[in-house]
Design a binder for this molecule. Structure first.
Ligand code: GRG
Length: 297
């Protein structure tokens, strides 16, 4: 990975994704412009753009055209932003700050936040299904199916249900692992598989990317749990200490800080080993696995 500058690479990709989102999000006009404004507020000008970066990095392994990859990158960011908007609502995590500014329901109102989230989710599927995303309809169907599975009841939404239940029920390490695999891991898996789908790769490469994503996703989540305990609000742009206050079982509450940190590093190493079948074009993905456990935000 000699000389690979992940920070610069992510920042450049983030700008390209921002421009694509600018184009794909509805312009602020018409009587319902409040909705369009809230959608743009939710998506533009913030976040690490990690999922879009994974789409671009996995696409790089298969020689996928930048325009096609960027459209899928924008679609996954729309799904991610919808999930953050809904997660922040009073009926869920009830958060006032996200990405260093008021959450969408604080800047607008609850109903507008619900509608903006709904519209972002559906926009993601509109983007993926558009022929401009890929000329082959079979590829578009595969993308839509994989995205639906990752975002829906068998993926992120199911994981969010488990997350709500974790406030009332005792979750052991196995249950917390499953919760996180669904809640955050499946969107990471989609992001990594997207390049393989766009590039019509063989199943073994797609499976290797799925294995990478799951281990990297868990490492990311353990780091997230650690940041909830040790991080600073000004770095994270959101409240900290919420899991402990809600009495929620997390990797850190079960394993303790030290073992959780060790586990995160083990998972990051394991994630990198899934990439052995790829050449140096997989260096961006290798660097991401290292980054997610070292990050401060
Ligand atoms: C409401 C259907 C529904 C789902 C919500 C993903 C999720 C499910 C909620 C997010 C809550 C949360 C803080 C989860 C911890 C891990 C996580 C997804 C953090 C946010 O992702 P980052 O760090 O955020 O990639 P940025 O802002 O950088 O994009």
């Amino acid at each position: 990975m000699n000389g690979f500058d992940l920070g610069r690479h992510m920042a450049e990709t983030g700008q390209e994704v921002e421009r694509m989102l600018e184009r794909l999000l509805p312009g602020i006009r018409g009587t319902e412009s409040r909705l369009f404004e809230a959608m743009r507020y939710a998506c533009l000008g913030g976040g690490k753009r990690l999922r879009p970066y994974l789409v671009m990095a996995s696409s790089g392994l298969f020689g996928v055209g930048t325009h096609h990859a960027l459209r899928v990158a924008a679609a996954i960011e729309c799904v991610h932003c919808y999930s953050l908007v809904h997660d922040d609502l009073p009926a869920m995590d009830d958060d006032d700050f996200r990405r260093g500014r008021p959450t969408v329901h604080k800047a607008y109102d609850d109903a507008t936040a619900i509608l903006a989230g709904d519209a972002l989710l559906t926009l993601a599927f509109e983007i993926v299904a558009d022929p401009d995303t890929h000329e082959d309809p079979q590829v578009r169907v595969s993308l839509a199916t994989a995205l639906a599975k990752a975002a829906g009841a068998a993926g992120m939404v199911g994981g969010q249900m488990l997350d709500m239940l974790a406030e009332e029920e005792e979750f052991d390490i196995g249950a917390v692992t499953r919760l996180q695999r669904l809640k955050t891991g499946e969107l990471f898996a989609f992001s990594c598989e997207a390049g393989a789908i766009l590039g019509k790769s063989d199943p073994s490469r797609r499976n290797a990317l799925r294995g990478y994503a799951h281990d990297m996703g868990l490492a990311f989540q353990i780091a997230d749990d650690l940041l909830d305990v040790t991080g600073r609000e000004e770095d994270l742009g959101k409240a900290v200490g919420k899991d402990a206050a809600a009495g929620k079982a997390t990797f850190v509450s079960i394993l303790g800080e030290e073992r959780a940190r060790e586990q995160a590093h083990l998972l990051a190493d394991q994630a990198i080993r899934h990439l052995e079948i790829f050449d140096k074009r997989a260096d961006p993905l290798r660097a991401v696995a290292t980054f997610v456990v070292a990050r401060r935000a």
